[in-house]
Design a protein around this ligand. Structure first.
Ligand code: B12
Length: 259
């Protein structure tokens, strides 16, 4: 029993005042500041400091000290990271999932059994399980919801893949097209949804995946739902999502586009 989720729910949820941030404006302002820094700094000193950092990374230099020196020469965090990336490469944070956890937890649950059967029936008719890719885009590192959904949907019978953390919409779209999924599920908890979700929809069109259904989950304020629906998102699942119900809704969306 989880009070407020599956028991003692309010009949009417009061609207919560949520501060609205215009991501595009914030990004434009930051780009403007970076441009100003690049125009006003001593370019040679900055380049030397970055070269010293890269050299230090190749050897046994004190990277913290060299990074501090580069910052003093007004190198940006991106440039400092790039200097080290040229030596170390870029870490790709893979999202690992488990199987069987939800199947075991829901054993004996009628709703879970019903949706498992519906997915099996779908697979019999279509000759394969419904395919979904769960993605994390932008700087959002909250991966628990993505793991929960991927694990649970797989236990229900979906064929689920999970992308790495910090993808761009273009990378996520390409992955979805390459994997031939019917649904791409964005898990968004760091307020990037209004920028990243529409970009993913566009990136899918550009990558030849216009027919792929896009859904969202995570911490998305109610006030943003209409915006997302207007921009091509077919369903949204917030915190406390009931998993069998969500899977049923996703399966219906797939069926609607299939037959
Ligand atoms: C745990 C947590 C963290 C952990 C994350 C660990 C991890 N590896 O995931 C840590 C401590 C690292 C963290 C860091 C930060 N966090 Co945090 N975090 C949380 C917290 C408390 C819980 C999130 C969680 O794991 N929930 C449990 C999972 C299972 O639930 P869920 O993700 O909501 O998923 C369910 C549904 O949403 C849905 N769902 C989700 N995704 C999908 C996808 C699909 C396809 C479907 C169908 C459904 C679905 O189904 C799931 C099951 O019901 C939330 C607050 C909250 N109560 O949500 C803040 C919260 C998300 N964090 C927040 C913030 C601000 C941060 C930081 C920026 C803080 C900071 N200044 O450093 C950093 C950002 C780091 C980063 N790079 O992203 C804010 C985000 C505000 C916003 N969106 O506007 C929140 C909302 C807290 C708050 N109220 O301010 N955080």
């Amino acid at each position: 029993m989880i009070v407020g989720v599956n028991k003692f729910r309010l009949e009417q949820e009061d609207a919560i005042d949520i501060r609205e941030i215009d991501n595009t404006k914030v990004r434009d302002r930051q780009i403007e500041r970076l441009t100003r820094i690049r125009e006003t700094r001593d370019a040679a000193a900055c380049e030397n400091a970055l070269a010293a950092l890269e050299q230090g990374a190749r050897g046994t230099g004190n990277l913290l000290e060299l990074a501090v020196e580069a910052s003093r020469a007004r190198a940006t965090v991106g440039e400092i990271s790039d200097a080290m990336e040229r030596v170390f490469g870029r870490h790709s944070a893979e999202v690992k999932t488990l199987t069987g956890v939800y199947g075991a937890a829901y054993e004996g649950d009628q709703g879970f059994a019903d949706i498992q059967k519906a997915v099996r029936d779908y697979a019999d008719i279509e000759g394969g399980s419904p395919r979904m890719l769960v993605v994390k885009m932008g700087q959002d590192g909250h991966d628990r919801g993505a793991k929960v959904i991927a694990t649970a949907f797989a236990d229900i019978g979906f064929d689920v893949s999970v992308g790495p953390l910090f993808q761009t919409p273009e990378e996520a779209a390409q992955d979805a097209v390459d994997k031939g999924v019917q649904v791409i599920g964005i898990s968004s908890l760091a307020a990037g949804h209004k920028t990243l979700a529409p970009q993913l929809v566009e990136a899918l069109k550009a990558a030849g995946g216009a027919e792929i259904i896009v859904i969202c989950g995570g911490v998305i304020p109610q006030q943003d739902y209409d915006f997302l629906y207007e921009n091509g998102i077919k369903a949204i699942f917030g915190p406390g999502t009931n998993i069998p119900e969500a899977a049923d809704k996703v399966l219906r969306l797939i069926r609607r586009t299939n037959y």
